[in-house]
Design a protein around this ligand. Structure first.
Ligand code: AMP
Ligand code: GLY
Length: 443
């Protein structure tokens, strides 16, 4: 449903913004939004310990599933714009609910969030719209999966259909491993998210993340970014939520980005429109640049983490206007994202053991960190009763720096990381290796 701006009681004010979510992504959104002088207050539900360190920001303790209490609170706070960070509330239809209550919301409804919460639906969507992507088979049983795995002459990737906190994708090395991955999903490793399995042709190439802010019909692109999904250096080890990122991604030249716009971004928005899906939020295109051109690996209905933390410092104070325009369906199509002439890089400090089991509650010490062109966005932290900063997640802190080139950016990020300590701190020291001219010389 689209809001008629004139009838909305929230029209024409941008004083009180609400962000839903508790990660580094949401803290970086809050930090970018508060830069605008019209914004008086940014509330986070629930945010984390780092949220309160951000100018104008305040955490609210409320259960978003208690809908009547939520609406009462948001009306009381006179919330002008709501930004929903994570996929789960979007998949649960929170944006639809809040729009019905006449709030301006940046975030797709349940129908649009299906791009992320059903991989088979997204694959069928792409097939229908002729959007380049890996070949796929949707399977409903282990027997079906086994037949396809046995017949396949090329390696396959195995995916749980539904949401699995980034853990539902397996990249097996053999048919036997492939079969076991499918078996584990059908045996309930991801609950109902694994009732259907998607088998995909394994494709190859560097990955890049492209974000389109969409108002239902028109869109504007954010600077592109590259994530580092694997836990260990040289892109080895298990997949994680993301260990670091850089933006913009030099891999995407203007010409190549235009190709992506023509072959992927515009057909996606057109197909959403064909399906009468009024998508007001960000579409995250997870792309692989293969020898035969760009292909969609996955869609997400939210900003990437840590790509978001990396991109936000490159935007100016008008960012919040773009979010608002998207929420109201009135992008002109001519807006410019005011890109900084700097580049940005992010390194994530994690708890020992992540992405598997890890301890929480360990004290974090932060020494002298740069205050200019360097941000620390808490990803998973909490405060002790005495007010001491503690680890409270697998990904703990996002250290983000900007400078003229990527060598300077990462030199600064790693210098600042030396000032941060907690028991078992782990980070990759090769984030940005693809774009650091000095990297191979030093390592
Ligand atoms: P996802 O959780 O869907 O982002 O997938 C996690 C990672 O698995 C991606 O970033 C890719 O590195 C890899 N992946 C997913 N699908 C494929 C595929 N069809 N071929 C090769 N790698 C893939
Ligand atoms: N950085 C990957 C993701 O947000 O899914």
């Amino acid at each position: 449903m689209s809001i008629n701006p004139k009838s909305s009681k929230k029209f024409n004010r941008l004083e009180n913004i609400l962000i839903i979510g508790n990660g580094g992504r949401e803290n970086s959104l809050a930090w970018a939004i508060q830069k605008n002088e019209l914004v008086k207050k940014v509330y986070l539900i629930p945010g984390n310990a780092g949220s309160a360190r951000i100018n104008k920001c305040e955490r609210i303790k409320i259960n978003i599933n208690n809908k009547s209490e939520l609406v009462e609170k948001l009306n009381f706070l006179k919330i002008d714009l709501i930004v929903i960070g994570p996929e789960i509330p979007l998949a649960d239809g929170l944006a639809d609910f809040l729009r019905k209550k006449e709030f301006k919301v940046f975030g797709p409804g349940k129908d649009g969030a299906k791009l992320e919460y059903s991989k088979s639906w997204a694959k069928e969507f792409m097939e229908k719209a002729n959007i380049p992507s890996a070949k796929f088979w949707k399977v409903n049983s282990l027997e079906e999966a086994k037949k396809i795995i046995n017949l396949s002459s090329t390696p396959l990737v195995v995916k749980a259909d539904g949401l699995a906190s980034g853990k539902g994708v397996f990249i097996p090395d053999s048919k036997d491993e492939c079969f076991r991955a499918a078996e584990s999903i059908f045996n309930g490793k991801f609950g109902n998210s694994g009732n259907v399995v998607v088998l995909e042709e394994k494709i190859q190439g560097p990955e890049v993340s492209v974000f389109a802010l969409c108002d239902g019909e028109r869109y504007i692109l954010l600077p592109t970014a590259q994530d580092h999904k694997r836990l260990n250096e040289q892109d080895k080890g298990p997949n994680t939520g993301g260990m670091g990122a850089y933006a913009p991604a030099p891999l995407l030249t203007e010409d190549y980005l235009n190709k992506i716009i023509k072959e992927i971004i515009e057909p996606t928005i057109k197909e959403l429109n064909n399906k009468k899906i009024d998508y007001k939020g960000v579409i995250y295109f997870g792309l692989m640049i293969t020898k035969s051109g760009p292909k969609v690996i996955e869609y997400n209905c939210r900003f990437g983490d840590p790509e978001c933390q990396t991109i936000m410092p490159l935007l100016d104070q008008n960012f919040v206007f773009l979010l608002e325009k998207c929420s109201m369906g009135n992008l002109s199509g001519n807006e410019k994202i005011n890109n900084s002439d700097k580049v940005s890089g992010c390194v994530i400090a994690t708890s020992k053991g992540y992405p598997h089991e890890y301890k929480t509650g360990l004290p974090i010490k932060i020494g002298e960190v740069d205050s200019v062109d360097c941000q620390i966005f808490d990803s998973g932290t909490a405060l002790s009763k005495k007010g001491e900063l503690l680890t409270n997640g697998g990904r703990v802190l996002s250290i983000v720096c900007q400078d003229k080139d990527f060598d300077m950016v990462f030199e600064k990020a790693y210098k600042n990381l030396k000032e941060i300590n907690f028991d078992g701190i782990y980070f990759r020291s090769d984030i940005g290796h693809q774009v650091r001219a000095n990297f191979s010389k030093k390592n």
